[in-house]
Design a protein around this ligand. Structure first.
Ligand SMILES: Nc1ncnc2c1ncn2[C@@H]1O[C@H](COP(=O)(O)OP(=O)(O)OP(=O)(O)O)[C@@H](O)[C@H]1O
Ligand SMILES: [Mg+2]
Length: 211
């Protein structure tokens, strides 16, 4: 059976793809972005191919590649595509599979299916990526509640951004989840700097244990 870990975020643009690339590289795993909405400006899979240091075949093909950078339910409608949850089953691979959602977890894939519902079908542990700055307490705790209400296991929260001691302390405490550390914003972002930053800042042993 595939040992998957789901990377979700408290919002779009949080740094999920960068974190997922670093994690896939550090674990020597595979990466999968099931639904890519917006392809012209480059895709998350292309970024992961560049930043993970993994061979191209470890980056699995998306189930859906939609043209418009919008919520998947809208991007699909604009493309005249109907997203079929049956096509979104976890692919079977050897070794860890890092799966990246779209935006936050209550993003709709169809008129009646939220990303969170799909995650509940997958039944894999989830890592929440959260910014460190103002607003993150509310967004992070809401995300935790939504995951818990669907019976999902939270492997931990990974902060991304500048150090904020209080937010990094209070969120794991209030939510009763482990902190996996904080990935700083890297002035130079490439496979080498990301790999070093992941090793230095993220509790990879805790992630491995959750798989
Ligand atoms: N640790 C980091 N250091 C430097 N830049 C970063 C870091 N994390 C993210 N970024 C930058 O922030 C932007 C958003 O990051 P990213 O694409 O990973 O977000 P996302 O949460 O995956 O977004 P989406 O919801 O669109 O998938 C990108 O330009 C990325 O290069
Ligand atoms: Mg992304």
């Amino acid at each position: 059976m595939t040992r998957a870990i789901i990377i979700t975020g408290t919002d779009t643009g949080i740094g999920k793809t960068v974190f997922a690339a670093g994690l896939a590289g550090a674990l020597g795993g595979h990466y999968w972005k099931p639904v890519q909405a917006g392809v012209e400006e480059g895709t998350d899979s292309e970024i992961v191919a560049r930043l993970s240091g993994l061979p191209r075949e470890r980056i699995l093909t998306e189930a859906y590649r939609l043209a418009t950078p919008a919520s998947p339910h809208l991007a699909a409608r604009l493309d005249g595509v109907e997203i079929d949850a049956a096509r979104l089953a976890l692919p079977q691979v050897d070794g860890p599979l890092i799966v990246e959602g779209a935006g936050g977890m209550l993003v709709p894939l169809t008129e009646s299916l939220l990303y969170a519902d799909l995650m509940a079908r997958w039944q894999a542990p989830v890592i929440i990526c959260a910014r460190t700055s103002l607003g993150t307490i509310n967004h992070s705790l809401l995300t935790v509640e939504a995951l818990r209400s669907r019976g999902l296991t939270i492997a931990g929260i990974a902060f991304i951004g500048d150090k904020h001691e209080e937010n990094e302390r209070i969120i794991p405490k209030l939510a009763n989840i482990p902190s996996l550390g904080r990935l700083p914003l890297l002035a130079r972002l490439d496979a080498k700097t990301l790999s070093t930053a992941m090793r230095q800042n993220i509790d990879l042993a805790a992630v491995r244990a959750a798989l």
